[in-house]
Design a protein around this ligand. Sequence first.
Ligand SMILES: [Zn+2]
Ligand SMILES: [Zn+2]
Length: 368
Amino acid sequence: MGLIREKLQMSWLPSLLSEKRKRGPPLGLKNLGNSCYLNSVLQCLTYTPPLANFCLKFQHSSHCDSSSDSAKIRDCPFCLLEKRIVRSLSLDQTLDAPAKIQSCLRIFAEHFRCGRQEDAHEFLRYVIDSCHNTCLRLKKLRRKAAADPSNGTSSVVKEIFGGALQSQVKCLSCGAESNKVDEIMDISLDILNSGSLKDAMHKFFQPEVLDGNNKYKCDNCKKLVAARKQMSILQAPNILVIQLKRFEGIFGGKIDKTIAFEEVLVLSGFMCKSSQDPQPEYNLFGTIVHSGFSPDSGHYYAYIKDAMCRWYCCNDSYVSLSTLQEVLSEKVYILFFTRANQRPVSASNNFASNGVNLIKMEMRSIKA
Ligand SMILES: [Zn+2]
Ligand SMILES: [Zn+2]
């Protein structure tokens, strides 16, 4: 198939877009009853260039079993997303209702209910995970049919959003190091003690001493010892999604303060020493803002940068031209960055992952 290791198309191909999308604003999405979280996530995914290009070329559905089968067995999450993105970018209209996705919510997340406000970040994770799992399922089928000899857990979704963190623990008695790799689809940052994205990143990646009640069992010393733990980025993703943990304030309140951020983000200070990709540079192309007090109430809206590099505020049906200054002045919840250059292939898969914890999901609370 070759579609997995294929180079991503990271920049827009205007020929694939409708005239309306080239000349005018993004397609507005009707609110179908507390669906602003869904609309916001869909707008950001629609304006994620490598994902949009992949969808506009029907690179998922043309290989999917759910669209080729005459007797349709199941609704496929990736086919649904592809259709939605293609509609948004190729319709010559100003307004549309994402009714199909809304009515198929449970295909992405079983416990989601139509008409109920959900957490946008949680929804985003479910969409990404379900599309990734679909790719893996199709890959397994192809492998059975010997049509695809490639192995492993890669998928176009992981190629777009996936990265890897290394967590290194160094014993302060004997100096032995232990490295653990976790594959990630996004990064969630604590912001309680930070005023800016940079500061929150620094805190996330700063070394932490494990001591006192939190000692580390060293395999070499064979006892509990003081140790230093350090996180670093082993593989920088092509599309970097960052969630600011606004809903983890003291007593469960929302952390509603301003967190400063910039259009450009360079990860140079946080990369793993052994990485061959020392200075990944990113540009902001989307944000999701939440106003209100809890993730399942209040209101979500999104900002996206379109193919012509114009910023728009997408607030359900209402789409308005915006500016970078306005985007940067908002109290954002989720940030979307794209790499200035696609990650070098050499930096793509040269690590042994734990495998188990492919998707680290931090669920805040199980909803009834
Ligand atoms: Zn499909
Ligand atoms: Zn030791």
